[in-house]
Write a protein that binds this ligand. Structure first.
Ligand code: SF4
Length: 290
């Protein structure tokens, strides 16, 4: 099968930075356990590789992140994930005497800084995001009384929300188009709102690239986890834009092998921001032999 690689692919800078932080912690504390608070990045394969390398993942499906911090002792090493986190967890970790490595992506951190500044100035924030996503949940925890969540495609009670000196910010991995539509709608309702909503470069460039793929492509393979928002946005975009093509998502080559590939001639291969190059190249090599 002919395979066209859609660029950029592989880890984004934020994911690579998070992994670098984790391995830096390990290098600097070779004789201690390194605890990772929640999923460092949204990719089960990457998490499993970290576990094989001896990292201990504190799984938030088993206990809340706050409870996990309670269970650690002074001097333990903890790595915060790329998606950002509740700032109160920092206070808790400091109070416990934990050694912290913060892998929060600079794009997420920049949003938090803007939000905190606006709240300190007496303003309030409307945040475009997805409830339950780690980035959104961490952001709302900055100040739940001053940040209002707007979820695209879901109802929002405009009549009940009056925002003072409002700022509009968004989760970094949303769909660019849904973001633009949300901004436009929110500006209609809050004409005085300051807009700082944007998706990160890694998300934006991948979404743009998939929209300009060669026209004869009949199979789109999006690599990444179901838990990765930017991956699922790529999947949704390809599905909506190319209704005649087959669109599949897989984590790695073993995952893809379980899927029956119809008689496609030309595949486009793209990855979300938390899929590594090794897995990407393995899938490419497999497709080229189909
Ligand atoms: S996808 Fe964007 S926000 Fe997430 S880690 Fe990568 S650069 Fe940062």
């Amino acid at each position: 099968m002919k395979v066209t690689v859609i660029n950029p692919h592989g880890f984004c800078a934020g994911v690579q930075r998070a992994l670098d932080h984790a391995y830096k912690a390990k290098k600097e504390h070779p004789n201690q356990h390194i605890y990772i608070l929640g999923n460092l990045v949204h990719n089960e394969k990457v998490i499993s590789d970290l576990e094989k390398d001896g990292f201990i993942i504190l799984d938030e499906r088993k206990k809340s992140l706050s409870e996990w911090i309670d269970s650690l002792k002074k001097g333990d090493i903890i790595v915060f994930s790329a998606h950002g986190h509740d700032p109160h967890l920092d206070e808790k970790a400091i109070a416990k005497g934990l050694i912290r490595y913060d892998a929060t992506c600079p794009f997420v951190r920049a949003n938090s800084t803007l939000i905190k500044k606006r709240i300190m100035e007496g303003g309030e924030v409307i945040y475009i995001g997805q409830a339950g996503h780690a980035e959104t949940e961490g952001t709302l925890k900055i100040d739940e009384s001053k940040i209002f969540l707007y979820e695209p495609q879901k109802s929002f009670d405009f009549a009940q929300v009056s925002v003072k000196n409002p700022l509009l910010v968004s989760q970094t991995t949303m769909g660019t188009e849904e973001m633009k539509e949300s901004v436009s709608l929110l500006k209609d309702h809050f004409p005085e709102i300051d807009v700082a909503a944007r998706v990160c470069d890694a998300t934006d460039k991948r979404q743009s690239a998939i929209c300009t793929a060669p026209s004869d492509i009949d199979l789109y393979i999006v690599m990444g986890s179901k838990t990765s928002n930017n991956t699922m946005k790529l999947y949704d975009l390809a599905t909506a834009k190319y209704p005649k093509a087959v669109v599949l998502r897989c984590l790695d080559v073993e995952d893809l092998k379980k899927i029956f590939l119809k008689k496609s001639k030309h595949a486009a291969l793209i990855s979300g921001a938390s899929t590594g190059l090794r897995e990407f190249e393995e899938v490419k090599a497999y497709l080229e032999k189909v």
